[in-house]
Design a protein around this ligand. Structure first.
Ligand code: G3H
Length: 260
C-alpha cells in the first residue's frame, strides 16, 4: 500500500498578521524535526510575503521540503480587468505552491459555483499550483442522506472539466459545512466513511490517483480530537482553520499527524 505523506494545512481565513507569521516560525524552529508532515501555510494574500520572509529567515535546514506556502483562493482568469482578483501566475511569483479552491465560505458567501471552481482548479494546474479542493455537505444534506450524492457531484464536476489526471498531486479536503468553526467535528467514523467514499470514487477512474491522493479532514480539528481523526486509514491529515492561528496548538497537530 502507498505511504502517503501526512499534510497539515493552516487556513488563516481573514485573520492573523505579520506577528503571527513570526510566532509560528519561532514555534517551528523549536518544535519541528526532520520527522514532520508536509505543512502548508495559507495566510491572507497580504501576508504571503511576511510568511515567506519568516520562512527564509528560519533556521530549519529541511524547511524547503517541509513548509510550503499556499493561497486561500485564485482567479479563474489568467489576466485582465478583474478588479480585486489575483491570478495563479501572481501567486506563483509570490512563492506559493498550493492554493485552496472551493472552500465552502467562497461557495456560500461569494457565490462560487461548481463551474467556477472547476475553472479555478484548471487555472491553478496550468501554473503548476497544487489545488487543495474543498468538498463537503451541509447539515440538511446530511440529514437528507445526500452526503455521498453531494460529494460525488462535486468530484464529477472537476473530473468532467479537467480529467482525472488533474487530480495527480492534487489534495482534497473533506470539510462538512456543519463542522466548520462550530466546535462540532465529524466523528472519526463519519470522516473515514466519507474519505473512503472519495478514494473509492477516484480509484474507480484511476487506481494510481486514488491510491496516491491525500485527503485531508477539515472542521473543528483540535489537539484533543486530531489523533483519532488522523488515525483513520483514509485521513491523510487536516485542513485547519481556528487552530492554525494558535502556534503551539497548530504545531501539536503537526506532531500528532506524524505519530498516528
Ligand atoms: O479551512 C479550514 C476549515 O474551514 C476548518 O475551519 P475550523 O478548523 O476553524 O473549523
Amino acid at each position: 500500500m502507498t505511504q502517503r505523506r501526512p499534510m497539515v494545512a493552516g487556513n488563516w481565513k481573514m485573520n492573523g498578521d505579520a506577528k503571527l507569521a513570526k510566532a509560528l516560525f519561532v514555534e517551528f524552529n523549536t518544535t519541528l524535526s526532520g520527522h514532520s508532515p508536509e505543512v502548508v501555510l495559507c495566510p491572507p494574500a497580504t501576508y504571503l510575503e511576511s510568511v515567506k520572509h519568516e520562512f527564509e529567515q528560519s533556521a530549519l535546514s529541511f524547511k524547503q521540503s517541509v513548509i510550503k506556502l499556499g493561497a486561500q483562493s485564485v482567479s479563474e482568469h489568467d489576466v485582465g480587468a478583474y478588479t480585486g482578483e489575483i491570478s495563479a501566475s501572481m501567486l506563483k511569483d509570490l512563492g506559493c505552491q498550493y492554493v485552496i479552491i472551493g472552500h465552502s465560505e467562497r461557495r456560500s458567501l461569494y457565490g462560487e459555483t461548481s463551474h467556477t471552481i472547476a475553472e479555478k482548479f484548471a487555472a491553478a494546474k496550468k501554473q503548476n499550483l497544487t489545488p487543495i479542493l474543498c468538498i463537503g455537505e451541509s447539515s440538511s444534506e446530511r440529514e437528507a442522506n445526500k452526503t455521498f450524492k453531494v460529494i460525488g457531484d462535486e468530484l464529477n464536476t472537476i473530473i468532467e472539466r479537467n480529467g482525472i489526471n488533474a487530480f495527480d498531486n492534487a489534495v482534497i479536503a473533506y470539510e462538512p459545512l456543519w463542522a466548520i468553526g462550530s466546535g462540532n467535528s465529524a466523528t472519526p467514523e463519519q470522516a473515514q466513511e466519507v474519505h473512503a467514499f472519495i478514494r473509492k470514487r477516484l480509484l474507480e477512474v484511476s487506481p494510481l490517483v486514488g491510491e496516491n491522493i491525500r485527503i485531508l479532514y477539515g472542521g473543528s480539528v483540535t489537539p484533543s480530537n486530531a489523533a483519532d481523526l488522523f488515525a483513520q486509514p483514509d485521513v491523510d491529515g487536516g485542513l485547519i482553520g481556528g487552530v492554525s492561528l494558535k502556534p503551539t496548538d497548530f504545531l501539536s497537530l503537526c506532531t500528532i499527524a506524524m505519530s498516528v
